[in-house]
Ligand binder design. Structure first.
Ligand code: G
Ligand code: G
Ligand code: MN
Ligand code: NA
Length: 253
């Protein structure tokens, strides 16, 4: 309850900020994207994780204001990096289910992109399988977004309940293999089989695939053996401040 009242003020008081976790091409360790991750610097409680305050924002309807701030800030930052000579790579932004279903989502995002002068191919939206439950509705939303040139990735892939049939019909660019499959991949043959199968399926469906939560060299080696080309995780980098990302552009990780 206290947090809820505080959250209402947090944006105006400049307590909300974004960290960015690099996404790396395993072959040459190049940064090929960054995922924006929202944080709240609370005046007395310190840094609060989105796992704590995003649910509050969703329950109270503040998610629209917060989500808009995140989208605008991520796009603005990417444009600033481009202007500073940084690489032409996309920024990924997590969308909550309510945001995904908000009316005129594409027009809203188009407005933000225009405002900050960022081309749509440099914005990637992370959605989850649970948002695909109503195939007709999600298809219509995704087609509008992708017809405008925005990229779509399926976050936490493999943990949802939806059928795989949406993969053949919906305009999706990338699968993000959930980190729960990676954690024990060096010892659990089932996890290894699931990950290998997701990578192979993605290749056959012409989708990009990225593995999340890579923390060790041993995990990385298994992913590379299975031809997973993109990696996100503490092994390469934890989420970084905007300044740290800029340093990493010019003095690679
Ligand atoms: O960064 P951290 O591991 O604390 O993130 C916890 C969760 O919060 C993750 O599931 C992540 O997807 C989610 N998250 C991070 N940033 C955002 C955001 O800007 N919007 C939404 N809806 N979720 C976010
Ligand atoms: O749900 P989503 O995939 O968006 O969650 C992203 C979160 O995962 C980020 O907030 C980030 O802090 C966390 N994360 C990123 N890399 C790793 C990792 O290698 N190990 C663990 N345990 N968490 C990670
Ligand atoms: Mn994510
Ligand atoms: Na994930």
């Amino acid at each position: 309850i206290e947090l809820e009242a505080d959250l209402r003020q947090a944006i105006q008081r400049n307590q909300i900020f974004l960290d960015y976790q690099p996404q790396i091409r395993a072959g040459d360790s190049q940064m090929i994207g960054v995922e924006a991750l929202v944080r709240w610097n609370h005046p007395t409680r310190g840094i609060i994780s989105p796992g704590v305050f995003i649910p509050i924002a969703e329950e109270t309807g503040m998610i629209y204001e917060l989500g808009t701030w995140v989208l605008r800030e991520a796009c603005r930052q990417m444009k600033e990096w481009h202007n500073a000579g940084g690489p032409l790579i996309p920024v990924s932004v997590n969308l909550s289910s309510q945001q995904f279903h908000q009316s005129h989502l594409t027009e809203h995002i188009k407005g933000i992109l225009k405002e900050v002068d960022l081309q749509p191919q440099y914005l990637e939206l992370e959605i989850t399988e649970s948002m695909m439950m109503d195939a007709a509705v999600s298809s219509s939303i995704l087609h509008k977004l992708t017809e405008h040139g925005i990229r779509i990735s399926l976050d936490d892939f493999g943990t949802g309940y939806s059928s795989l049939s949406y993969l053949k019909n919906l305009p999706i660019h990338k699968l993000k293999i959930d980190r729960s499959f990676i954690r024990d991949i060096t010892v659990d043959q089932n996890d290894k089989a699931i990950v290998a199968t997701i990578i192979s399926m993605a290749q056959h469906l012409n989708l990009d695939v990225i593995a999340e939560g890579i923390e060790t060299k041993e995990q990385l080696e298994i992913l590379m053996k299975n031809d997973c080309k993109e990696i996100q995780g503490y092994y390469y980098s934890r989420p970084l401040s905007a300044d740290e990302v800029e340093e990493a552009f010019f003095a690679p990780l």
